[in-house]
Write a protein of this length. Sequence first.
Length: 283
Amino acid sequence: MQTEARLKIAFQILSWATFGLGVIVAIMVIGASIISIRVADDGGKTFSTTVERIFTSLLPVVATWVGTVLAFYFTKESFQAASDSAKANFKEGSSTVTAAVAELGDRRLAAQPVSQCMRSYDDIAKIVKPVAELSKLNLVNDIEPLFKDKVTRLPLFDAQKVIKYMIHKSVLAFFFDHVQTVQQKTSAPGAAQVAGVSLTRENATLQDFLTYNDGKYGKVVETSFAFVAKDKTLADAVAAMRKVEKEAGIACQDVFVTATGEKSEPVLGWLSDRRIQNFAQFG
């Protein structure tokens, strides 16, 4: 309700309350005077006492009623104004806190060497084989069982400790679902085939995974990670991830640390996006 309308209502309430109070008082005063004169010897004293009692009893009742009605119309507006003010202050405070946290996180990242934050190569759950053997790995028998004990990402290295593929559990699960769907529709155009044999969840190899669906899965597991030199900071690692995302157009959630930041070098350690986030928040 607009302020102008509220003022109009308030004026009307006060006017009618005053008028009504006056009418009631007039009636009661006249009645009291008549009664006092007829029944009392001292009519003037009795009349004065009666009028005083009428005002004492009636005025608080009318005042309470007027106050209640006005509060009904105006309290909501006052509350809304207070609420809006509180929301504005909270929003401003939240923005300030968010900016402060982001700035603190950036400072922490810039102050943390990757060599001290990374998971070392020896501590990584992984598969290490010559490239030719990697491609022959059976997904169900050789790769899927390694996704256990909270392991959701599995890097595959060649014999020289060079990272070749990063397989995420979610991506592998999506691949299995797709293959199973196609398998159930063997007559559909483009049904998955391996050397003339229908591709199934059980017989799929890493090579099948890499080339399936025009190599879309292969692009993800071969290029969705970045590299950074061992003398860099976590801020540099984040920058490297963003560069991969911009150039490759895919999400980058992992950074591998090498001597000079080249992908052809042996990996010294690994940083996941979650690990970097923890250091940004808690140092």
